[in-house]
Design a protein around this ligand. Structure first.
Ligand code: NAP
Ligand code: G4F
Length: 337
């Protein structure tokens, strides 16, 4: 019997970590997830995948560590000798990165370097996936592809640019199989509730059920290339299955404004968004990224990857999930009677 591949995922408790874990377990991987210590449980996105470590043939295990702590990363990588490492952990909120720029650089930038150094130092030569971001393109005119210059517009984006180049450098300097997935925005019912799409769908469900009056937002004019996270994790895996490491843009090739998202979501449940949305300056950023629109022809040609979910399907999937979630909160586990 062929030996199971072993993957280490940082950021396993996040949106992408949960979908990637499902994807790799379905491919019969042994998955190790790096979790940081928290005073309350932070594993709800992967609770449905939990396996009692006392059972036999356990395929998912969690290990304590932190991207801020090189010693834990060195130890984990040396001991586990993973075939593949997916570095998804980050302080991933762009607006928040203006409030905590130094911490953001520490985790997003230096955290990636710590993992690359741990791989080099261990001699294990695990394949490495770096969660790079379309935010790195910032002010560069759309459409953006692998040859578009970076022009970061936030501490988060600047830190991601540094991590991107460190992955390239370790590939060229030490022959490490390091890939950058330059992913455009991807969303899902598991998206964090402070990102704009989920903030909208959650508020909409609460408004529809009469438990919220207003929705406060910032800039409604910015445009994003929004895809479904469940589709995007397959691209991460595909990058590490190629003969040669490389960098790829992953996107839908369609761009919509925040206002478009509001129109689609509120329209779906028969409400007029303009009656509920109010503008609050606190949600604006000192520097904004106006328009992201990805050109992922390289991924299509080499990885044979294409998105399966379009904008309308994504919005409806998120609204349906949050309507069910709010109903459960209001009416209990039996839902509306
Ligand atoms: P997310 O939901 O915010 O998840 C972030 C994950 O990182 C969580 O598991 C979090 O753990 C973990 N984390 C944060 N700080 C850490 C630390 N110091 N040490 C260890 N773990 C830490 O993010 P996501 O949307 O899944 O995105 C995954 C990755 O892709 C991120 O690197 C993000 O920057 C990047 N990215 C995302 C998108 C997108 O549209 N979603 C697009 C491009 C790139 P806790 O649960 O304990 O907080
Ligand atoms: O949902 P957002 O916070 O996502 P943003 O800034 O595009 O970043 C996300 O995608 C990146 C990939 O391009 C990732 F790298 C990053 O980790 C993260 O996942 O904001 C989207 C847009 C922005 O233009 C923002 O100004 O929505 C606008 N917006 C308007 N009102 C708001 C709000 N954003 C948030 N979070 N909250 C608001 O109330």
């Amino acid at each position: 019997m062929a030996k199971r591949k072993r993957a280490l995922i940082t950021g396993i408790t996040g949106q992408d970590g949960s979908y990637l874990t499902e994807f790799l377990l379905a491919k019969d991987y042994e998955v190790y997830g790096l979790v940081r210590r928290s005073s309350s449980f932070n594993t709800d996105r992967i609770d449905h995948l939990y396996q009692d470590p006392h059972e036999s043939d356990v395929k998912l295990r969690l290990v304590y560590g932190d991207l801020n702590d090189a010693s834990s990363l060195n130890q984990i990588i040396k001991t586990l000798k993973p075939d593949e490492i997916y570095n998804l952990a980050a302080q991933s909120h762009v607006r928040v990165s203006f409030d905590i720029p130094e911490y953001t650089a520490e985790i997003v930038g230096l955290g990636a370097t710590r993992i690359l150094e741990a791989i080099r130092d261990s001699g294990v030569m695990s394949k490495y996936y770096q969660a790079s971001s379309s935010e790195m393109f910032g002010n560069s005119a759309p459409p953006q592809n692998e040859r578009t210059p970076f022009y970061p517009r936030s501490p988060y984006a600047a830190a991601k640019v540094y991590a991107y180049w460190m992955a390239v450098n370790y590939r060229e300097a030490y022959d490490i199989f390091a890939c950058n997935g330059i992913l455009f925005n991807h969303e899902s019912p598991r998206r964090g509730e402070t990102f704009v799409t989920r903030k909208i769908t959650m508020a909409l469900a609460r408004i529809k059920h009469g438990v919220q009056k207003d929705l406060f937002l910032g800039n409604l004019e910015s445009k994003r290339d929004w895809g479904f996270a469940g589709d995007y994790v397959e691209a991460m895996w595909l990058m590490l299955q190629q003969d040669k490491p490389d960098d790829y843009v992953i996107a839908t090739g369609q761009t919509y404004s925040v206002k478009d998202f509001l129109i689609e979501a509120f329209g779906y449940v028969g409400l007029d968004w303009e009656k509920y949305v109010k503008i609050d300056q606190r949600y604006f950023r000192p520097t904004e990224v106006d328009c992201l629109l990805g050109d992922s022809r390289k991924a299509k040609k080499i990885l044979h990857w294409e998105p399966k979910t379009d904008f309308k399907q994504l919005v409806r999937m998120m609204v349906d999930a949050d309507m069910a979630c709010v109903e459960k909160q209001i009416y209990g586990t039996k839902g509306r009677r």
